[in-house]
Design a protein. Structure first.
Length: 182
């Protein structure tokens, strides 16, 4: 008799457990997935830039790019995450000026000539202003009838000598840009 009672009790428990709906198991939300997006995905002048190539030359990994266009000018600004500085800006403008006009009207005073880059080119360092550090700049008149500048704005604590060295890196980077692609 005991066996029958025990068997009946087990059967009741089994049937009672089968009829109830199970509570859903709460899973934690998935972790955000970091996606490495190319600068070129921003379009415009950003199509000429590559984060890895920039890092090779200037030693900083940028991961945010934004492009804009006004008339015949195309601009790309790259930054590292939410930080405002450092910032690299590429501007490409269609132009009809010749090399003599570029030299007379565009090249800033005290800028150094850069041989072998476009028709004419210069590099310079601009002193720190306000909350920003010095700016390294390279400008050139490309053979494709385009006026191009690369500007690297540094952080407040950057020495002017470091920015001057950056102009050399920007010249090398500039030589790798395919301006015809824009």
């Amino acid at each position: 008799m005991r066996g029958r009672m025990l068997g009946a009790g087990v059967a009741v428990l089994l049937v009672a457990g089968c009829g109830a709906e199970a509570e859903p198991v709460a899973l934690p939300p998935p972790a955000p997935v970091a996606v490495d997006v190319a600068a070129a995905s921003s379009g415009g002048a950003c199509r000429l830039l590559d984060f890895g190539v920039i890092e090779q030359h200037v030693g900083v990994r940028f991961d945010v790019a934004a492009a804009s266009a006004t008339g015949d000018s195309h601009t790309c600004v790259v930054r590292a995450g939410q930080d405002a500085l450092p910032e690299l800006t590429l501007t490409v403008t269609r132009t009809s000026i010749d090399a003599a006009t570029f030299t007379a009207d565009v090249v800033p005073e005290k800028a150094a000539k850069v041989p072998g880059l476009g028709q004419r080119a210069y590099r310079r360092t601009v002193s720190a202003k306000g909350g920003a550090g010095p700016v390294a700049e390279v400008g050139w008149l490309a053979a494709e009838a385009r006026l191009v500048t690369l500007r690297y704005a540094t952080g407040r604590d950057t020495a002017k000598a470091d920015a001057e060295r950056l102009t050399e890196a920007l010249v090398t980077l500039a030589g790798q840009l395919d301006i015809r692609a824009l």
